[in-house]
Design a protein around this ligand. Structure first.
Ligand code: CS2
Ligand code: MG
Length: 408
């Protein structure tokens, strides 16, 4: 069996999805996703200029060797651009494998460990009452878990993922007004003084059963993060996400030493070497790498299995920038993984998105039910794709009040 061709498509309804389609001499094709949020043209170029010419003629069933060929052959290791390009190829080859076996991918991983996989959405508000309304709306839709972010009184500008005014929305993932990012101003003391109390009010209002997640979005130092995690222990969060930048994996020891609040980290990572210490020393409770910029299903399965030896559960990234293709790959991993935790799910099916990516993965009452179609269980309408093209966009950057560059 041989790969005969491959095509890359950039674009989508309100998004710059990077979709790879690999064709074979047996007519079976595979789909992969290389969407790297706000840098989409880069993995697309890597695929078109370097990887696709090397794919032609290879046997698509040899997905492991092809992954090793590209990873080791690149010489320069890791990085989100390369791993997103490798990830798209890997997803497409697994899709082909599933279609050849006439099995949904979760069957090839080891079958189902659960029927439904719990998901969470993003509740947000310009102020706490606004956020409370947003949480109530998600509960009415049947969600068992919500991420909660709200405006902070006294903060110089709106905070991460929070609209400027009540009821407004915010393009915190990609603002298509241009490639030059807007600047937000952050003040840690204002946040530290307000947010623990706001989270306690949310818990008091909605009771003990609702799973509450909060994303600090890399904004605190390890010491501040330890103090914050300790202060919110009584809230009983499902997880506190990205409390501090984790390039320094050892910094997480400070948080672990001072608090039992569950910690989730990993969405900005792209390799097991970014998180092996966090997992092996059990410095986190959930690993968040995404299958796209984590290099695909092949490396992600290894990371899931490493995490399983160390009481670390999965909590894959699933922001609005994620393609239905990479989400489909994660739905199959979530159905199989014995150490599944939760799935972030914001690919809310707009009619245009469903037209472009037909699929029968189903989200109901806050639970995702994986497709039983062979392979990934998602398709791609090339005709529909002609309606879309790349649009430059960016998310904000963050500075402190004195102008110091900080973490978005
Ligand atoms: C966020 C992301 O979903 C999350 O947990 O951290 O949406 C993040 O803000 C975006 O991916 C940034 O591009
Ligand atoms: Mg996050």
């Amino acid at each position: 069996m041989k790969i005969t061709d491959a095509k890359v498509f950039v674009g989508g309804p309100g998004k710059n999805y990077v979709t790879l389609k690999i064709m074979t001499d047996q007519g079976v094709y595979g789909l992969g996703d290389a969407t790297l949020n706000n840098r989409e043209t880069l993995p697309a170029a890597y695929l078109q200029d370097y990887l696709i010419p090397n794919l032609i003629g290879l046997d698509p069933r040899n997905s492991e060797d092809i992954w090793q060929y590209f990873y080791r052959g690149a010489y320069f290791r890791k990085g989100p651009i390369a791993m997103a390009a490798f990830g798209a190829i890997d997803m497409a080859l697994w899709d082909i494998k599933g279609k050849l076996a006439n099995m949904p991918l979760y069957q090839l991983f080891g079958g189902k460990s659960r029927d439904g996989a719990m998901v969470y959405a993003h509740a947000t508000g310009a102020d706490l009452p606004d956020l409370m309304d947003s949480i109530a709306a998600y509960i009415d839709e049947g969600y068992k878990a919500v991420r909660v972010q709200c405006g902070i009184p006294g903060m110089p500008t709106a905070s991460y993922a929070v609209p400027e005014t009540k009821g407004a929305s915010k393009d915190y993932i990609t603002d298509f007004s241009g490639i030059i990012p807007k600047t937000e101003i952050w003040d840690t003391d204002t946040y530290m003084r307000y947010m623990p109390g706001a989270l306690a009010d949310i818990r008091a209002k909605f009771g003990p059963d609702l799973k509450l997640l909060h994303d600090v979005h890399h904004r605190l130092t390890p010491r501040e993060a330890a103090a914050f995690a300790k202060a919110v222990e009584p809230v009983g969060l499902f997880w506190l996400e990205d409390p501090t930048p984790a390039e320094d994996q050892n910094a997480l020891r400070m948080i672990r030493h001072h608090s039992t609040t569950p910690i989730a980290i990993g969405e900005v990572f792209n390799s097991v070497w970014d998180c092996n210490r966090l997992i092996e020393d059990e410095l986190i409770d959930f690993i968040r790498l995404a299958v796209t910029y984590g290099g695909g299903i092949t490396p992600m399965k290894r990371i899931i299995e490493l995490a399983g030896f160390h009481n670390v559960r999965t909590g894959f990234h699933g922001a609005p920038s994620h393609s239905p293709i990479s989400m489909a790959a994660q739905h199959h991993l979530n159905a199989w993984a014995p150490n599944f935790g939760i799935q972030e799910y914001l690919v809310l099916g707009t009619p245009e998105c469903d037209e472009l990516f037909p699929s029968d993965h189903k989200m109901e009452n806050g639970m995702m039910y994986v497709s039983d179609a062979p392979g990934l269980g998602v398709d791609f309408d090339e005709g529909e794709a002609q309606r879309y093209s790349y649009k430059p966009g960016s998310h904000p950057v963050v500075r402190l009040q004195d102008g110091t560059m900080w973490n978005y």
